[in-house]
Design a protein around this ligand. Structure first.
Ligand SMILES: [Zn+2]
Length: 423
C-alpha cells in the first residue's frame, strides 16, 4: 500500500486539471445491471460522468479527451463501506479501546483518521459511512471537511459524530467513582435530552444519527440470541423522530433479538451487526425497507475475545442465508476500526458475502448501488452511469470468477481525479 503513495501525489492534480477524460474499459460492471459490458467508453467531465456506452460511440463525443486505457481491466463503481470508524484503530480487548480514549489526544486520533480515510480510498472505497468517533467528539466531520476541501486524499465521508447510549451503558466504565472517565458516546437520558442530542449532533455536522440499541448478549437454550435493551421505547422513538424531522437517517447498533426488535419499533433505517435477527424480524425489515449491515469482517476478527463471539459469527452466517432468501436489503459494511485499518483490507467483506451465499454480482452491488441507496445517494455514487460522480475502480482479473480480486484494486478515481494507478 505505501509503495503507491508516491504515485498518488504525482497523479492527483494533473489528471483532474486536463479537461474531459475518456476511460477505455475492457469490461464494465456498472453496479446496477447484472450484465457485464465489454469495450465500454466512459466519458468524464470534471467531477462527473457524462456518458457511458460502446467505446467508439462515446469516443466520437469527445475526440480530444485525454485517454486512460483500462482495456485490459474490469472497471467497477468505487466501493462504499457503510460501517466504519476512522477514529478507532482496533479494539479486540478493552485495554486497546481504553488506551485510545485515555492516552491519545483527539488531534492525534484525527490525524490517524485522515490516514484511514486515505487507506479506504486506496482500497477502492470512494465513500464511507463513518458510524461514530468513539469519544473523539466531532473529529469525523473535520476529516470530512479536509477531504472535501482537497487538503488530504480520502474517501467521501458520511459522518455520524458521537452516537448515543444512556448513562452507564457504554464504556469506559470504572468502579472508581472518584474519576470521571471519557465515554465512547454522548450520554443521553430521557426524551427531551434525546431530541437535544440529535439537534446538537446535526448542528455539528452529523449526516447520520447512530445509537446503541443493546448490550449484554446471551443465548437462550433454543439458540435465540437475546440482549439487554439500552433505551426505553420512548427515548429511542424520540431519537429517530427528531432525526427524521431534521432530514437525517438513523443507524442502530443492534446484535441481540431484543435490541433489534426495539430498534425496529423505533423506526430506524439500518440495523448494524444484526446477528440475532429472527425470521419474524427479517420480515419486518423487508416490510419497512430497513437495511441490514452485517459487518462480518469485524465479527470474525473478534472471535479470539471468546465468550459469545464465536457462536455469534456462526449464527450470523445462518441468518445471512435466510435474509438473502427473504430479500432483505444488505448493504456492505465492515466495522473497520474495530479491526486495524492497516492490517485487513475492507474488501475482505465482499469475500465473506460470497462465502455466505451471495453471487459475486450481488456482493458487488451490496457494496455499490445498494449501499448508495441506503445513503440516499443514488444520484451521486454507487454506479457507473451518466450524471454520477466519476468514482471508479479497476481490477486486473474477473471478480465474478474470483471475488478476492476486489482486494487488489489497480486503479482508483474519485470525482474525476486519479488517486491510484499501478498498471
Ligand atoms: Zn461499529
Amino acid at each position: 500500500m505505501r509503495r503507491v503513495l508516491l504515485l498518488l501525489t504525482v497523479l492527483a492534480v494533473p489528471l483532474a486539471a486536463q479537461g474531459p477524460i475518456l476511460i477505455k474499459a475492457g469490461r464494465l460492471i456498472d453496479g446496477r445491471s447484472a450484465q457485464v459490458q465489454t469495450n465500454v467508453g466512459i466519458l468524464i467531465d470534471s467531477e462527473r460522468i457524462r456518458a457511458v456506452g460502446p467505446l467508439a460511440q462515446v469516443q466520437a463525443q469527445a475526440p480530444n479527451a485525454r485517454v486512460i486505457d483500462l482495456s485490459q481491466m474490469t472497471v467497477l463503481p468505487g466501493f462504499i463501506d457503510t460501517h466504519t470508524h476512522m477514529l478507532l484503530q482496533g479494539d479486540v480487548t478493552s485495554e486497546e479501546y481504553e488506551d485510545q480514549l485515555l492516552k491519545q489526544s483527539i488531534p492525534y486520533r484525527a490525524i490517524l483518521g485522515a490516514r484511514n480515510a486515505r487507506i479506504a480510498l486506496e482500497h477502492g472505497f470512494t465513500a464511507i459511512r463513518d458510524l461514530e468517533t468513539e469519544g473523539a467528539m466531532y473529529a469525523d466531520v473535520d476529516v470530512k471537511l479536509a477531504v472535501n476541501r482537497g487538503e488530504v486524499p480520502g474517501a467521501r465521508v458520511f459522518a455520524s459524530t458521537r452516537a448515543m447510549a444512556p448513562t452507564g451503558m457504554y464504556p469506559i466504565g470504572t468502579p472508581n467513582w472518584e474519576i470521571d472517565l471519557p465515554h465512547g458516546v454522548q450520554t443521553v437520558d430521557g426524551v427531551e435530552n434525546a431530541r437535544l442530542a440529535v439537534r446538537e449532533q446535526v448542528q455539528h455536522g452529523a449526516d447520520w444519527i447512530k445509537y446503541y440499541s443493546d448490550r449484554r448478549y446471551y443465548f437462550t437454550p433454543d439458540s435465540t440470541l437475546r440482549s439487554w435493551v439500552n433505551f426505553t421505547d420512548d427515548e429511542a422513538r424520540a431519537i429517530v423522530d427528531e432525526a427524521h424531522r431534521l432530514g437525517h437517517k438513523v443507524a442502530a447498533h443492534a446484535i441481540g433479538s431484543d435490541g433489534i426488535a426495539a430498534a425496529l419499533r423505533a423506526g430506524v433505517n439500518s440495523i448494524e451487526h444484526g446477528d440475532g435477527l429472527t425470521d419474524s424480524l427479517l420480515d419486518v425489515m423487508v416490510r419497512n425497507n430497513v437495511y441490514w449491515v452485517p459487518t462480518v469482517t469485524v465479527g470474525v476478527h473478534v472471535v479470539p475475545r471468546g465468550g459469545p463471539w464465536p457462536a455469534l459469527v456462526a449464527l450470523e452466517r445462518r441468518v445471512f442465508g435466510r435474509a438473502l432468501r427473504k430479500g432483505v436489503k444488505i448493504a456492505l459494511g465492515t466495522d473497520v476500526g474495530g479491526f486495524p485499518w492497516t492490517e485487513i483490507n475492507q474488501a475482505k467483506e465482499f469475500e465473506y458475502y460470497v462465502q455466505y451465499g451471495m453471487t459475486p454480482m450481488q456482493a458487488i452491488q451490496s457494496g455499490t448501488s445498494v449501499a448508495a441507496a441506503l445513503l440516499g445517494q443514488e444520484q451521486n455514487i454507487g454506479a457507473v452511469a451518466p450524471g454520477l460522480y466519476a468514482d471508479l475502480v479497476a481490477v486486473a482479473g474477473d471478480p465474478l470468477r474470483d471475488i478476492t480480486e476486489l482486494q487488489h484494486v489497480r486503479f482508483v478515481m474519485k470525482g474525476g481525479t486519479v488517486y491510484l494507478s499501478t498498471q
